[in-house]
Design a protein around this ligand. Structure first.
Ligand code: F0G
Length: 463
């Protein structure tokens, strides 16, 4: 931590007890869950680092605003309040709410796929984004810089696009076959790593040259702006809002899972800069899938909480603490020799399980193995971000090999204290000491899509 006295920039007004379990109980819970941490009951988890999505704590102001909500089906005043906040931040002309990020994806992405054989290019597509690209009949190509996978390299913007490769892909596939370029900020799937402003300007230039639509997948756009302010030349004196606006100016469409930097438990955003035709299409399609365009799957209460949360997430004191918590856990693991991605990103510590368990092949899921061992050790739930999540090639059905086998320890916003993070760090160090005992997993049942959520497994006994 950088300052002498640092603590959470809030005090706790309402408490939620958490249960402690024994190791014997956890072995049984995990077996009953088919060795898939997604199938554990959260009651049986002590510190839940599965995701930072919708798991944060709301402020007293958010709870207070919820009491003022208007639950009208059409034209709710809570919609107009949220619309004005989204427009204020993005400076875009059009806004439609959605129930969460994937709701926004399912409405917008198919509108951009106008024929067969089209592609989206992203630094790295998040898994639901990839799924909606494929459901829309297109294919997803990832185009992040190689430095992203050099885990020890101290690079300030490991989420950046490889701009040379981006242009090469466009030329290879034909610019008329590119449905859109998706800037995922921060780049969740490879460490919550930020993308620099300069790199996004590069993406914009290329997109302009070839006439391609640019989308921002901005679940964590405020964290990305924080890193730009901290690390990029010329941004030190700009506010997070100013940096965010400069970022939005580089794109045509903003999709957001508001469950992250919206500081709410549920919500999604579609914002469109100025394409009225696309806005009208989305307004039409939102009705059968999400709901009438002035609620899009959200209650008035949700929209009130989000309008307030979006504003709070731009606060520097909040963001400084947020990122400090991730660094705190990261430093603890690094000092103990646990291989992690360095520098850590904005929402999670990514543990390099390929390095911890090189004796487990990629299709026996080393990161699932570490995740399960950590749960058994201390009731801490992380999540596999590796070959299990990547799934199979949609055309050949072969198991894809992820460049890295990560376990993500995702820190929810404003939820846990530094002491909780101490528990996580100590337990992970213990697992690391016994790394040679880790075993791989085979499928008991493999679900056909987004398989990491619902598949079940069997541990592979050591010979
Ligand atoms: N885009 C990004 C970059 C995300 O991280 C997520 C969700 C989505 C889109 C989809 O949004 O969940 O609201 O439908 N990420 C969560 C996670 C689930 O755990 O990282 P959603």
């Amino acid at each position: 931590m950088s300052k002498k006295y640092v603590a959470e920039p809030y005090r706790i007004k309402m408490v939620e007890p958490i249960v402690e379990t024994t190791k014997e109980e956890r072995i049984e819970f995990l077996k009953n869950a088919g060795y898939n941490p997604f199938s554990l009951r959260s009651e049986d988890v002590y510190v839940d680092l599965l995701t930072d999505s919708g798991t944060g704590a709301m402020s007293q102001e958010q709870w207070a605003m919820m009491m003022t909500a208007d639950e009208a089906y059409a034209g709710s005043k809570s919609f107009y309040k949220l619309e004005s906040v989204v427009k204020h931040i993005t400076q875009y002309k059009y806004f439609i709410p959605a129930h969460q990020g994937r709701g926004a994806e399912q409405i917008v992405l198919p509108q951009l796929v106008t024929k067969k054989g089209m592609y989206f290019i992203s630094n790295i597509h998040f898994d639901t984004t990839r799924a909606h690209v494929e459901l829309a009949g297109a294919r997803a190509i990832d185009c992040v810089i190689d430095e992203c996978f050099d885990l020890e390299l101290d690079h300030p913007f490991k989420g950046n696009f490889d701009l040379e490769r981006l242009e090469k892909i466009i030329n290879e596939k034909g610019s008329e076959n590119i449905a859109g370029i998706i800037m995922t900020i921060t780049n969740n799937s490879a460490g919550g790593q930020p993308v620099s402003y300069e790199n996004m300007v590069g993406v914009k230039k290329i997109s302009k040259k070839y006439g391609i639509t640019v989308l921002i997948d901005g679940a964590r756009y405020a964290e990305n702006a924080f890193f730009i302010k901290e690390r990029e030349k010329g941004f030190k004196d700009k506010s997070i809002l100013e940096i965010a606006r400069m970022t939005f100016d580089l794109a045509d469409i903003f999709l957001m899972s508001a469950k992250k930097d919206g500081l709410v438990n549920m919500g999604g955003i579609i914002a469109i800069k100025d394409n009225e035709h696309l806005f009208k299409l989305c307004q039409t399609y939102i009705v059968p899938y999400e709901g009438f365009p002035t609620y899009g799957g959200l209650s008035g209460r949700d929209m009130e909480a989000l309008a307030q949360g979006l504003t709070e997430a731009l606060d520097m004191r909040y963001l400084t603490h947020r990122v400090d918590q991730i660094r705190y856990l990261g430093d603890m693991l690094k000092e103990a020799g646990v291989p992690i991605q360095y520098p850590v990103g904005g929402h999670a510590v990514f543990v390099d399980c390929g390095k911890i368990a090189p004796h487990i092949p990629y299709d026996q899921f080393p990161a699932l193995s570490v995740t399960n061992a950590l749960y058994i050790e201390a009731g801490v739930r992380g999540v596999e971000i590796g070959s299990l999540l990547l799934g199979r090639d949609p055309d050949t059905h072969q198991n894809l090999k992820s460049p890295k086998e990560f376990m993500r320890l995702t820190i929810p916003r404003r939820l846990y204290t530094y002491q909780h993070l101490d528990v996580v760090g100590q337990a992970m160090i213990e697992v690391f000491k016994h790394k040679d005992e880790l075993v791989g997993y085979a499928f008991d049942y493999e679900s056909p899509m987004l398989r990491h959520f619902t598949s079940t497994f069997k541990p592979i006994k050591k010979q």
